[in-house]
Design a protein around this ligand. Structure first.
Ligand SMILES: Cc1cc2nc3c(=O)[nH]c(=O)nc-3n(C[C@H](O)[C@H](O)[C@H](O)COP(=O)(O)OP(=O)(O)OC[C@H]3O[C@@H](n4cnc5c(N)ncnc54)[C@H](O)[C@@H]3O)c2cc1C
Length: 456
Protein backbone atom coordinates (compact mmCIF):
# COMPACT_ATOMS: atom_id res chain seq x y z
CA UNK A 1 0.00 0.00 0.00
CA UNK A 2 1.29 3.48 -0.86
CA UNK A 3 2.22 5.60 2.18
CA UNK A 4 0.32 8.92 2.25
CA UNK A 5 2.55 11.87 2.98
CA UNK A 6 1.40 15.45 3.32
CA UNK A 7 2.64 18.72 1.92
CA UNK A 8 1.74 22.08 3.44
CA UNK A 9 0.49 24.59 0.89
CA UNK A 10 0.47 28.30 1.49
CA UNK A 11 -2.83 29.79 0.38
CA UNK A 12 -1.74 31.62 -2.76
CA UNK A 13 -4.15 31.55 -5.66
CA UNK A 14 -2.02 30.47 -8.62
CA UNK A 15 -2.75 31.81 -12.13
CA UNK A 16 -5.89 30.21 -13.44
CA UNK A 17 -6.31 28.02 -10.35
CA UNK A 18 -9.85 27.30 -9.18
CA UNK A 19 -10.61 28.65 -5.70
CA UNK A 20 -10.77 26.09 -2.95
CA UNK A 21 -14.10 24.98 -1.51
CA UNK A 22 -14.93 24.71 2.19
CA UNK A 23 -16.09 28.01 3.64
CA UNK A 24 -14.01 27.65 6.81
CA UNK A 25 -10.81 27.78 4.74
CA UNK A 26 -11.57 31.17 3.25
CA UNK A 27 -10.81 34.60 4.64
CA UNK A 28 -13.01 37.19 2.93
CA UNK A 29 -11.48 40.44 1.68
CA UNK A 30 -13.05 43.14 -0.46
CA UNK A 31 -12.78 41.99 -4.09
CA UNK A 32 -11.50 38.51 -3.22
CA UNK A 33 -10.82 35.86 -0.65
CA UNK A 34 -7.63 34.34 0.73
CA UNK A 35 -7.27 30.62 1.29
CA UNK A 36 -5.83 29.53 4.60
CA UNK A 37 -2.68 27.36 4.52
CA UNK A 38 -3.41 23.65 4.70
CA UNK A 39 -1.76 20.28 4.31
CA UNK A 40 -2.14 18.34 1.08
CA UNK A 41 -1.66 14.62 0.55
CA UNK A 42 1.24 13.77 -1.78
CA UNK A 43 -0.35 11.55 -4.41
CA UNK A 44 3.00 10.12 -5.53
CA UNK A 45 6.67 10.74 -6.34
CA UNK A 46 7.86 10.48 -9.94
CA UNK A 47 10.90 11.01 -12.13
CA UNK A 48 8.83 12.80 -14.77
CA UNK A 49 5.40 14.40 -14.44
CA UNK A 50 3.68 15.38 -17.69
CA UNK A 51 0.86 17.93 -17.36
CA UNK A 52 -1.74 17.64 -20.15
CA UNK A 53 -2.25 14.57 -22.35
CA UNK A 54 -2.72 15.96 -25.86
CA UNK A 55 -0.55 14.82 -28.78
CA UNK A 56 2.51 16.42 -27.13
CA UNK A 57 1.76 15.11 -23.62
CA UNK A 58 1.16 11.51 -24.65
CA UNK A 59 4.36 11.49 -26.72
CA UNK A 60 6.32 13.02 -23.82
CA UNK A 61 4.99 10.44 -21.36
CA UNK A 62 5.70 7.53 -23.73
CA UNK A 63 9.24 8.74 -24.43
CA UNK A 64 10.01 9.30 -20.74
CA UNK A 65 8.61 5.95 -19.59
CA UNK A 66 10.41 4.09 -22.38
CA UNK A 67 13.67 5.63 -21.10
CA UNK A 68 12.99 3.98 -17.76
CA UNK A 69 11.57 7.04 -15.96
CA UNK A 70 8.74 6.57 -13.48
CA UNK A 71 6.22 8.71 -15.35
CA UNK A 72 2.89 10.28 -14.36
CA UNK A 73 0.51 11.79 -16.94
CA UNK A 74 -2.17 14.18 -15.63
CA UNK A 75 -5.14 15.15 -17.81
CA UNK A 76 -8.27 17.20 -17.11
CA UNK A 77 -10.51 15.44 -19.64
CA UNK A 78 -11.80 11.85 -19.53
CA UNK A 79 -9.52 10.58 -22.32
CA UNK A 80 -6.01 10.96 -23.67
CA UNK A 81 -5.35 12.83 -26.92
CA UNK A 82 -6.38 16.47 -26.33
CA UNK A 83 -7.43 18.08 -29.60
CA UNK A 84 -7.19 14.64 -31.30
CA UNK A 85 -9.94 13.13 -29.15
CA UNK A 86 -11.70 15.51 -26.73
CA UNK A 87 -11.33 18.04 -29.57
CA UNK A 88 -12.48 15.54 -32.28
CA UNK A 89 -9.93 17.00 -34.73
CA UNK A 90 -9.62 13.86 -36.90
CA UNK A 91 -6.83 15.22 -39.14
CA UNK A 92 -3.04 15.18 -38.48
CA UNK A 93 -0.79 17.70 -40.24
CA UNK A 94 2.99 17.87 -40.73
CA UNK A 95 3.55 14.22 -39.87
CA UNK A 96 4.92 13.02 -43.22
CA UNK A 97 8.60 13.68 -42.41
CA UNK A 98 8.38 12.45 -38.82
CA UNK A 99 9.95 9.23 -37.54
CA UNK A 100 9.79 7.92 -33.94
CA UNK A 101 6.50 8.03 -32.07
CA UNK A 102 4.56 9.87 -34.81
CA UNK A 103 5.42 7.14 -37.35
CA UNK A 104 4.57 4.50 -34.75
CA UNK A 105 1.14 6.08 -34.13
CA UNK A 106 0.27 6.05 -37.85
CA UNK A 107 1.40 2.41 -38.14
CA UNK A 108 -0.62 1.37 -35.09
CA UNK A 109 -3.71 3.27 -36.31
CA UNK A 110 -3.35 1.49 -39.66
CA UNK A 111 -3.10 -1.92 -38.01
CA UNK A 112 -6.26 -1.18 -36.03
CA UNK A 113 -8.11 -0.18 -39.21
CA UNK A 114 -8.42 3.34 -37.78
CA UNK A 115 -6.48 5.29 -40.42
CA UNK A 116 -8.55 6.55 -43.34
CA UNK A 117 -7.61 5.34 -46.79
CA UNK A 118 -8.57 6.69 -50.21
CA UNK A 119 -10.45 4.54 -52.75
CA UNK A 120 -7.05 3.74 -54.30
CA UNK A 121 -5.71 2.55 -50.94
CA UNK A 122 -3.54 5.55 -49.95
CA UNK A 123 -3.44 6.53 -46.26
CA UNK A 124 -4.87 10.02 -45.65
CA UNK A 125 -4.32 12.40 -42.71
CA UNK A 126 -7.62 11.30 -41.13
CA UNK A 127 -8.13 8.85 -38.27
CA UNK A 128 -10.98 7.51 -36.12
CA UNK A 129 -11.37 9.51 -32.89
CA UNK A 130 -12.66 6.66 -30.70
CA UNK A 131 -9.95 4.27 -31.91
CA UNK A 132 -7.35 6.95 -31.12
CA UNK A 133 -8.56 7.16 -27.49
CA UNK A 134 -8.16 3.41 -26.91
CA UNK A 135 -4.87 3.21 -28.79
CA UNK A 136 -3.24 5.97 -26.70
CA UNK A 137 -4.39 4.29 -23.47
CA UNK A 138 -3.00 0.94 -24.66
CA UNK A 139 0.35 2.46 -25.61
CA UNK A 140 0.68 4.30 -22.28
CA UNK A 141 -0.22 1.14 -20.36
CA UNK A 142 2.35 -0.80 -22.39
CA UNK A 143 5.07 1.75 -21.62
CA UNK A 144 4.25 1.81 -17.89
CA UNK A 145 2.92 5.40 -17.80
CA UNK A 146 0.56 6.02 -14.87
CA UNK A 147 -2.49 7.96 -16.04
CA UNK A 148 -4.70 10.26 -13.99
CA UNK A 149 -7.77 11.54 -15.87
CA UNK A 150 -10.39 14.11 -14.73
CA UNK A 151 -7.68 15.98 -12.85
CA UNK A 152 -6.69 19.60 -13.43
CA UNK A 153 -3.21 20.93 -12.69
CA UNK A 154 -3.85 24.16 -10.81
CA UNK A 155 -0.64 25.25 -9.07
CA UNK A 156 3.11 24.70 -8.99
CA UNK A 157 5.46 24.73 -6.02
CA UNK A 158 9.17 25.55 -6.32
CA UNK A 159 12.07 25.10 -3.91
CA UNK A 160 14.23 27.99 -2.72
CA UNK A 161 16.54 27.57 -5.74
CA UNK A 162 13.61 28.14 -8.12
CA UNK A 163 13.30 24.52 -9.24
CA UNK A 164 9.78 23.11 -9.61
CA UNK A 165 9.17 20.30 -7.13
CA UNK A 166 5.41 19.75 -6.96
CA UNK A 167 2.39 20.02 -9.20
CA UNK A 168 -0.87 20.68 -7.35
CA UNK A 169 -4.10 19.30 -8.78
CA UNK A 170 -7.84 19.53 -8.17
CA UNK A 171 -10.19 16.63 -8.84
CA UNK A 172 -12.95 14.52 -7.26
CA UNK A 173 -10.21 13.42 -4.85
CA UNK A 174 -9.76 17.02 -3.71
CA UNK A 175 -6.52 18.92 -3.83
CA UNK A 176 -3.34 16.81 -4.15
CA UNK A 177 0.40 17.37 -4.52
CA UNK A 178 2.57 15.38 -6.98
CA UNK A 179 6.33 15.37 -6.41
CA UNK A 180 8.56 15.17 -9.45
CA UNK A 181 12.22 15.45 -10.44
CA UNK A 182 11.26 16.86 -13.86
CA UNK A 183 8.04 18.37 -15.24
CA UNK A 184 6.83 18.79 -18.81
CA UNK A 185 4.04 21.31 -19.48
CA UNK A 186 1.89 20.03 -22.37
CA UNK A 187 -1.33 21.81 -21.39
CA UNK A 188 -1.51 23.78 -24.66
CA UNK A 189 -2.20 27.00 -22.77
CA UNK A 190 1.00 26.64 -20.72
CA UNK A 191 -1.04 26.56 -17.51
CA UNK A 192 1.57 24.84 -15.38
CA UNK A 193 4.49 27.00 -16.51
CA UNK A 194 2.46 30.15 -15.81
CA UNK A 195 1.51 28.80 -12.39
CA UNK A 196 5.23 28.21 -11.74
CA UNK A 197 5.93 31.87 -12.51
CA UNK A 198 7.32 31.62 -16.06
CA UNK A 199 7.07 34.62 -18.36
CA UNK A 200 5.00 34.18 -21.51
CA UNK A 201 3.53 35.90 -24.57
CA UNK A 202 -0.09 35.63 -25.61
CA UNK A 203 -1.69 36.75 -28.85
CA UNK A 204 -0.61 39.08 -31.60
CA UNK A 205 2.35 41.29 -30.57
CA UNK A 206 0.47 44.53 -31.42
CA UNK A 207 -3.26 43.86 -31.18
CA UNK A 208 -2.94 41.17 -28.45
CA UNK A 209 -5.79 39.36 -30.22
CA UNK A 210 -5.59 35.57 -30.44
CA UNK A 211 -6.72 33.42 -33.34
CA UNK A 212 -10.36 32.31 -33.16
CA UNK A 213 -11.48 29.02 -31.59
CA UNK A 214 -13.34 26.37 -33.58
CA UNK A 215 -15.63 23.64 -32.27
CA UNK A 216 -15.17 20.45 -34.30
CA UNK A 217 -18.19 18.31 -35.18
CA UNK A 218 -18.57 14.73 -36.40
CA UNK A 219 -21.30 14.37 -39.01
CA UNK A 220 -22.76 11.38 -40.87
CA UNK A 221 -25.37 10.54 -43.48
CA UNK A 222 -23.31 11.74 -46.47
CA UNK A 223 -22.38 9.65 -49.52
CA UNK A 224 -18.70 10.47 -50.28
CA UNK A 225 -19.09 9.91 -54.02
CA UNK A 226 -21.97 12.40 -54.15
CA UNK A 227 -20.19 15.24 -52.36
CA UNK A 228 -16.68 15.28 -53.87
CA UNK A 229 -17.16 18.97 -54.76
CA UNK A 230 -17.30 19.75 -51.03
CA UNK A 231 -14.38 17.93 -49.38
CA UNK A 232 -10.69 17.14 -49.77
CA UNK A 233 -10.45 13.91 -51.74
CA UNK A 234 -8.14 12.33 -54.32
CA UNK A 235 -10.13 14.02 -57.08
CA UNK A 236 -10.12 17.48 -55.48
CA UNK A 237 -6.63 17.40 -53.91
CA UNK A 238 -5.29 20.06 -56.26
CA UNK A 239 -7.94 22.61 -55.27
CA UNK A 240 -8.94 22.27 -51.65
CA UNK A 241 -9.76 25.96 -51.44
CA UNK A 242 -12.48 25.51 -54.05
CA UNK A 243 -14.15 22.67 -52.12
CA UNK A 244 -14.33 24.96 -49.07
CA UNK A 245 -15.84 27.77 -51.12
CA UNK A 246 -18.36 25.30 -52.61
CA UNK A 247 -19.34 24.15 -49.14
CA UNK A 248 -19.76 27.71 -47.90
CA UNK A 249 -22.00 28.50 -50.89
CA UNK A 250 -24.17 25.49 -50.02
CA UNK A 251 -24.42 26.59 -46.39
CA UNK A 252 -25.44 30.06 -47.54
CA UNK A 253 -28.01 28.51 -49.88
CA UNK A 254 -29.32 26.72 -46.76
CA UNK A 255 -29.80 30.10 -45.07
CA UNK A 256 -26.69 30.47 -42.87
CA UNK A 257 -23.29 31.97 -43.61
CA UNK A 258 -20.56 30.26 -41.52
CA UNK A 259 -18.43 32.42 -39.22
CA UNK A 260 -15.35 30.65 -40.71
CA UNK A 261 -15.22 31.58 -44.38
CA UNK A 262 -13.44 28.33 -45.32
CA UNK A 263 -15.63 25.54 -43.83
CA UNK A 264 -13.91 22.19 -44.17
CA UNK A 265 -15.08 18.57 -44.33
CA UNK A 266 -12.56 15.78 -43.63
CA UNK A 267 -13.59 12.27 -44.69
CA UNK A 268 -13.00 9.69 -41.94
CA UNK A 269 -14.71 6.49 -43.20
CA UNK A 270 -17.96 5.34 -44.76
CA UNK A 271 -20.49 8.15 -44.31
CA UNK A 272 -18.59 9.74 -41.39
CA UNK A 273 -16.91 13.17 -41.76
CA UNK A 274 -15.35 15.74 -39.43
CA UNK A 275 -16.51 19.33 -39.93
CA UNK A 276 -14.70 22.55 -39.03
CA UNK A 277 -16.98 25.47 -39.79
CA UNK A 278 -17.01 28.13 -37.11
CA UNK A 279 -14.71 30.84 -35.78
CA UNK A 280 -15.20 32.27 -32.29
CA UNK A 281 -13.48 35.65 -32.32
CA UNK A 282 -12.17 37.79 -29.47
CA UNK A 283 -12.03 35.01 -26.90
CA UNK A 284 -9.10 33.82 -24.79
CA UNK A 285 -8.22 30.18 -24.14
CA UNK A 286 -6.98 31.21 -20.70
CA UNK A 287 -10.43 32.46 -19.63
CA UNK A 288 -12.98 29.83 -18.56
CA UNK A 289 -15.77 32.36 -19.12
CA UNK A 290 -14.60 32.99 -22.72
CA UNK A 291 -14.21 29.28 -23.46
CA UNK A 292 -17.70 28.58 -22.08
CA UNK A 293 -19.29 31.40 -24.09
CA UNK A 294 -17.49 30.34 -27.26
CA UNK A 295 -18.53 26.69 -26.84
CA UNK A 296 -22.23 27.47 -26.38
CA UNK A 297 -22.21 29.94 -29.27
CA UNK A 298 -20.35 27.56 -31.60
CA UNK A 299 -22.65 24.61 -30.87
CA UNK A 300 -25.68 26.72 -31.74
CA UNK A 301 -24.10 27.82 -35.01
CA UNK A 302 -23.13 24.27 -36.02
CA UNK A 303 -26.66 23.02 -35.43
CA UNK A 304 -28.14 25.89 -37.43
CA UNK A 305 -25.72 25.34 -40.34
CA UNK A 306 -26.46 21.62 -40.47
CA UNK A 307 -30.23 22.15 -40.21
CA UNK A 308 -29.93 24.58 -43.14
CA UNK A 309 -27.95 22.10 -45.26
CA UNK A 310 -30.36 19.23 -44.48
CA UNK A 311 -33.23 21.47 -45.43
CA UNK A 312 -31.79 21.68 -48.96
CA UNK A 313 -32.60 17.97 -49.42
CA UNK A 314 -30.84 16.05 -52.22
CA UNK A 315 -27.29 15.02 -51.26
CA UNK A 316 -27.76 16.63 -47.82
CA UNK A 317 -31.11 15.08 -46.88
CA UNK A 318 -29.68 12.43 -44.50
CA UNK A 319 -27.04 14.69 -42.93
CA UNK A 320 -26.98 14.36 -39.14
CA UNK A 321 -24.83 15.57 -36.28
CA UNK A 322 -23.14 12.66 -34.48
CA UNK A 323 -21.27 14.74 -31.87
CA UNK A 324 -19.78 18.11 -31.16
CA UNK A 325 -16.35 18.01 -29.49
CA UNK A 326 -16.12 17.85 -25.71
CA UNK A 327 -13.48 20.60 -25.88
CA UNK A 328 -13.65 23.54 -28.26
CA UNK A 329 -10.45 23.84 -30.31
CA UNK A 330 -8.22 26.58 -28.89
CA UNK A 331 -5.60 27.57 -31.44
CA UNK A 332 -3.54 29.84 -29.23
CA UNK A 333 -2.53 29.93 -25.60
CA UNK A 334 0.51 31.15 -23.72
CA UNK A 335 3.84 30.86 -25.49
CA UNK A 336 6.15 30.19 -22.55
CA UNK A 337 9.54 31.89 -22.54
CA UNK A 338 12.29 29.38 -23.20
CA UNK A 339 16.04 29.43 -23.65
CA UNK A 340 15.37 30.08 -27.36
CA UNK A 341 12.39 31.66 -29.13
CA UNK A 342 11.40 30.32 -32.55
CA UNK A 343 10.70 33.34 -34.77
CA UNK A 344 9.20 34.18 -38.14
CA UNK A 345 12.77 34.85 -39.31
CA UNK A 346 13.64 31.21 -38.59
CA UNK A 347 10.80 30.19 -40.91
CA UNK A 348 11.74 32.69 -43.60
CA UNK A 349 15.36 31.48 -43.63
CA UNK A 350 14.68 27.81 -42.97
CA UNK A 351 17.10 28.06 -40.02
CA UNK A 352 19.01 25.00 -38.80
CA UNK A 353 20.22 24.34 -35.23
CA UNK A 354 22.82 22.01 -33.73
CA UNK A 355 20.31 21.07 -31.00
CA UNK A 356 17.38 20.53 -33.40
CA UNK A 357 14.67 18.14 -32.14
CA UNK A 358 12.01 18.70 -34.83
CA UNK A 359 12.00 19.72 -38.50
CA UNK A 360 8.75 21.62 -39.16
CA UNK A 361 7.51 21.87 -42.74
CA UNK A 362 3.99 23.30 -42.32
CA UNK A 363 3.13 26.74 -43.71
CA UNK A 364 2.08 29.83 -41.78
CA UNK A 365 -1.59 29.38 -40.88
CA UNK A 366 -3.00 32.41 -39.07
CA UNK A 367 -6.77 32.17 -38.73
CA UNK A 368 -7.95 35.76 -38.98
CA UNK A 369 -8.10 37.52 -35.61
CA UNK A 370 -10.34 40.40 -36.76
CA UNK A 371 -13.58 39.31 -38.51
CA UNK A 372 -14.21 42.86 -39.72
CA UNK A 373 -11.17 42.50 -42.01
CA UNK A 374 -11.14 38.79 -42.83
CA UNK A 375 -13.03 35.63 -41.79
CA UNK A 376 -10.65 33.07 -43.26
CA UNK A 377 -6.86 32.87 -43.21
CA UNK A 378 -4.66 35.99 -42.93
CA UNK A 379 -1.88 36.33 -45.51
CA UNK A 380 1.63 36.06 -44.03
CA UNK A 381 3.46 37.73 -46.89
CA UNK A 382 6.05 34.96 -47.32
CA UNK A 383 6.22 31.20 -47.65
CA UNK A 384 8.37 29.53 -44.95
CA UNK A 385 11.13 27.05 -45.69
CA UNK A 386 11.38 23.86 -43.61
CA UNK A 387 12.99 24.92 -40.31
CA UNK A 388 14.36 23.38 -37.12
CA UNK A 389 12.96 23.70 -33.62
CA UNK A 390 15.86 23.55 -31.16
CA UNK A 391 15.74 21.81 -27.79
CA UNK A 392 16.29 25.20 -26.10
CA UNK A 393 12.78 26.31 -27.16
CA UNK A 394 11.44 23.46 -24.99
CA UNK A 395 13.31 24.45 -21.80
CA UNK A 396 11.72 27.06 -19.51
CA UNK A 397 13.87 30.16 -19.05
CA UNK A 398 12.50 31.40 -15.74
CA UNK A 399 12.30 28.29 -13.54
CA UNK A 400 14.32 25.10 -13.15
CA UNK A 401 13.30 21.51 -13.94
CA UNK A 402 10.53 22.46 -16.37
CA UNK A 403 10.17 21.76 -20.08
CA UNK A 404 7.39 22.54 -22.54
CA UNK A 405 6.11 20.64 -25.58
CA UNK A 406 3.37 21.22 -28.14
CA UNK A 407 1.81 24.55 -28.93
CA UNK A 408 2.98 26.21 -25.69
CA UNK A 409 6.73 26.11 -26.49
CA UNK A 410 8.75 29.31 -26.85
CA UNK A 411 7.98 31.04 -30.14
CA UNK A 412 6.53 34.19 -31.66
CA UNK A 413 3.01 34.71 -33.03
CA UNK A 414 3.74 33.81 -36.67
CA UNK A 415 6.07 30.89 -35.94
CA UNK A 416 3.48 29.39 -33.57
CA UNK A 417 0.86 29.41 -36.32
CA UNK A 418 3.09 26.97 -38.23
CA UNK A 419 4.71 24.67 -35.64
CA UNK A 420 1.54 24.18 -33.54
CA UNK A 421 0.11 21.40 -35.78
CA UNK A 422 0.04 17.97 -34.24
CA UNK A 423 2.75 16.18 -36.25
CA UNK A 424 5.18 18.68 -34.72
CA UNK A 425 3.59 18.45 -31.27
CA UNK A 426 4.33 14.74 -31.17
CA UNK A 427 7.96 15.20 -32.22
CA UNK A 428 8.39 17.96 -29.61
CA UNK A 429 6.70 15.86 -26.92
CA UNK A 430 8.93 12.90 -27.71
CA UNK A 431 12.07 15.05 -27.40
CA UNK A 432 10.91 16.68 -24.16
CA UNK A 433 10.00 13.33 -22.59
CA UNK A 434 13.33 11.80 -23.55
CA UNK A 435 15.37 14.74 -22.21
CA UNK A 436 13.26 14.98 -19.05
CA UNK A 437 13.92 11.29 -18.34
CA UNK A 438 17.67 11.75 -18.87
CA UNK A 439 17.74 14.85 -16.65
CA UNK A 440 15.79 13.08 -13.90
CA UNK A 441 18.15 10.11 -14.02
CA UNK A 442 21.29 12.28 -13.96
CA UNK A 443 19.74 14.64 -11.39
CA UNK A 444 20.62 17.61 -13.57
CA UNK A 445 18.81 20.36 -15.47
CA UNK A 446 17.55 19.57 -18.98
CA UNK A 447 20.01 22.08 -20.48
CA UNK A 448 22.86 20.03 -18.97
CA UNK A 449 21.87 16.77 -20.69
CA UNK A 450 24.51 15.77 -23.27
CA UNK A 451 23.35 16.81 -26.74
CA UNK A 452 24.09 13.46 -28.38
CA UNK A 453 21.91 11.74 -25.78
CA UNK A 454 19.17 14.39 -26.04
CA UNK A 455 18.91 13.91 -29.80
CA UNK A 456 19.26 10.12 -29.80
C1 LIG B 1 -9.91 24.04 -34.55
C2 LIG B 1 -8.50 23.60 -34.72
C3 LIG B 1 -8.15 22.97 -35.90
C4 LIG B 1 -6.85 22.53 -36.08
N1 LIG B 1 -6.54 21.84 -37.19
C5 LIG B 1 -5.44 21.07 -37.20
C6 LIG B 1 -5.28 20.01 -38.15
O1 LIG B 1 -6.08 19.84 -39.06
N2 LIG B 1 -4.20 19.20 -38.00
C7 LIG B 1 -3.26 19.38 -37.01
O2 LIG B 1 -2.33 18.59 -36.94
N3 LIG B 1 -3.39 20.40 -36.13
C8 LIG B 1 -4.44 21.21 -36.18
N4 LIG B 1 -4.62 22.18 -35.21
C9 LIG B 1 -3.53 22.54 -34.29
C10 LIG B 1 -3.34 21.51 -33.20
O3 LIG B 1 -4.49 20.78 -33.00
C11 LIG B 1 -2.90 22.05 -31.83
O4 LIG B 1 -2.00 23.05 -31.90
C12 LIG B 1 -2.44 20.84 -30.98
O5 LIG B 1 -3.55 20.47 -30.24
C13 LIG B 1 -1.27 21.01 -30.14
O6 LIG B 1 -1.14 19.85 -29.34
P1 LIG B 1 -0.86 19.97 -27.80
O7 LIG B 1 -0.64 18.59 -27.29
O8 LIG B 1 0.18 21.00 -27.61
O9 LIG B 1 -2.18 20.63 -27.19
P2 LIG B 1 -3.68 20.06 -26.90
O10 LIG B 1 -4.11 19.11 -27.96
O11 LIG B 1 -4.49 21.26 -26.70
O12 LIG B 1 -3.49 19.24 -25.57
C14 LIG B 1 -3.44 19.85 -24.30
C15 LIG B 1 -3.97 18.86 -23.28
O13 LIG B 1 -3.78 19.36 -21.97
C16 LIG B 1 -4.98 19.24 -21.24
N5 LIG B 1 -4.96 20.32 -20.24
C17 LIG B 1 -5.06 21.65 -20.47
N6 LIG B 1 -4.96 22.33 -19.33
C18 LIG B 1 -4.80 21.42 -18.35
C19 LIG B 1 -4.62 21.52 -16.94
N7 LIG B 1 -4.57 22.71 -16.32
N8 LIG B 1 -4.51 20.37 -16.22
C20 LIG B 1 -4.54 19.16 -16.85
N9 LIG B 1 -4.70 19.02 -18.18
C21 LIG B 1 -4.81 20.13 -18.92
C22 LIG B 1 -6.07 19.37 -22.27
O14 LIG B 1 -7.28 18.84 -21.83
C23 LIG B 1 -5.45 18.61 -23.44
O15 LIG B 1 -5.72 17.24 -23.36
C24 LIG B 1 -5.90 22.71 -35.05
C25 LIG B 1 -6.25 23.37 -33.87
C26 LIG B 1 -7.54 23.82 -33.71
C27 LIG B 1 -7.90 24.49 -32.44
Amino acid sequence: MQRRSFFKLAGTAALGAPLAHGAEALIEKPGGVTEAARELPVAGEFDVIVCGAGPAGVAAALAAARRGAKTQLIEVHGCLGGIWTAGALSWILDSGNKTGIMAELWKELGQRGARSVTPTGKGTNAYDVEAMKLMLEDLCAGAGVTIRLHTRVCAALKNSAGRVEHAITESKSGREAWRGKMFVDCTGEGDFAAQAGCGFDLGHPETKLTQPMSLMALVAGLVPGEITRYYHSEETASNWNLTKDNLRAEMERGGHSPSYAKPTLFHIRGDLFALMTNHEYGVLGTSAADVSRATVHARKEINALLDGLRGLGGIWKNLRLVATAEQIGVREGRRIHGLYTVTAEDLREGRRHADAVCRATFGIDVHATNPKKEKGIEKAGFRPKPYDIPLRALIAKDVGGLMMAGRNISGDFLAHSSYRVTGNSVALGEAAGRVAALAAKANCLPQDVKLEEAQA
